[in-house]
Design a protein. Structure first.
Length: 130
């Protein structure tokens, strides 16, 4: 099946291969979700995939494809809804960058959570010194 294109997409360069909407729950915690997602990506250090993050409305929308002009490079655009929890953001980003499908995904999420907690503790300690 040929790749699906929108009428406004260029005919060369990149191709959208997948678009999906991930189910999610309702989280009332106040935090900057896109900034949190950026920090998760900093911990994951994805290779071979460019990830664009943006604010979403009511559900995760994940679009993925290939950037043909850059060899086998992939791209992903993730819309993060306003009520997404930290766990959902981590879960979806781990999936987007292609790390460990299956049971080891929980171990990856635990490592990410620990790294982010250490980062927050260090930031709080530096702010306390000022």
């Amino acid at each position: 099946m040929p790749p699906r294109r929108r009428p406004d997409e260029p005919t060369e360069g990149w191709v959208r291969e997948e678009e999906r909407r991930a189910p999610q729950s309702w989280c009332t915690e106040e935090f900057d979700r896109v900034d949190f997602a950026r920090r998760v990506l900093d911990v994951l250090k994805p290779r071979g995939v460019r990830v664009l993050l943006r604010d979403g409305m009511t559900e995760f929308v994940i679009e993925q494809g290939r950037l043909w002009s850059a060899g086998d490079a992939r791209w992903a655009m993730v819309a993060i809804p306003r009520q997404a929890s930290r766990e959902e953001i981590m879960w979806n980003l781990v999936e987007v960058v292609g790390y460990t499908p299956g049971p080891y995904r929980f171990d990856v999420m635990r490592v990410i959570g620990a790294a982010l907690a250490q980062e927050e503790e260090a930031l709080a300690a530096r702010q306390g010194e000022d």
